[in-house]
Design a protein. Structure first.
Length: 215
């Protein structure tokens, strides 16, 4: 009997969700996707993994025109909404990719090239059997850290207390990262308050920021 070599199964850090597209979203995808899409080789200073509906990413890019932002998001309505925000804001320093973020980091982001990586409110995958899908685990953190320049910052935020402490433990253990703060970071003014975070506040869930610098 012959055995068939199979490629290793990729463990996704997200659950694919297409969602409902409005006419405005269809228009954005049709008109703007090619114009604002990331292409391999495009320079990137700040990588945003999981930009959601894009409001916070667009605000940060608008306030920081000297750096080039890349938003990675697999939720189609979020991609479409961000495309509209880019056009409406006349942003020239923001590109969008709809692809698995870790594949993009591995294949298309040069080592030592990023000023910052933002991981804001990723899926906590709360069930223990799903923890392997979490974005902030040792092997994925090591890859993200390698893409940072010395002094570059990996900035994470979550409203899930258990995941927050797991993140901190993982980041503390990485040999090439150092915490910029004594524990959790104060909420930085440059991170916009999103609708998602406002819901967490209304529900009584605090948010936790972690800012680690590549040594």
């Amino acid at each position: 009997m012959h055995t068939v070599d199979r490629p290793p199964r990729i463990v996704r850090t997200y659950h694919p969700r297409r969602g409902r597209l409005s006419g405005r979203h269809f228009d954005a995808l049709e008109r703007l996707a090619a114009r604002y899409a990331f292409a391999p080789g495009d320079p990137v200073d700040v990588l945003e993994i999981g930009s959601g509906m894009g409001e916070a990413t667009a605000q940060m890019a608008a306030a920081d025109p000297g750096r080039r932002y890349l938003a990675v998001e697999v939720h189609t309505p979020g991609v479409a909404n961000l495309l509209h925000l880019i056009e409406d804001g006349g942003l020239t320093n923001l590109r969008v990719a709809s692809i698995d973020a870790m594949e993009l980091v591995r294949d298309d982001i040069p080592a030592g090239s990023l000023d910052a990586v933002h991981v804001f409110f990723p899926d906590p995958w709360p069930k223990a059997r799903h923890h392997k899908r979490r974005l902030i685990v040792p092997e994925r953190v090591a890859l993200l850290r390698e893409r940072l320049r010395p002094g570059g910052v990996l900035h994470c935020a979550t409203d899930d207390e258990g995941y927050a402490h797991a993140m901190r433990e993982t980041l503390d253990a990485d040999p090439g990262l150092v915490n910029r703060h004594d524990g959790f970071a104060p909420r930085p003014a440059h991170r916009p308050l999103t609708k998602f975070e406002l819901r967490a506040v209304r529900d009584g869930r605090p948010s936790y920021d972690l800012m680690y610098e590549r040594t």
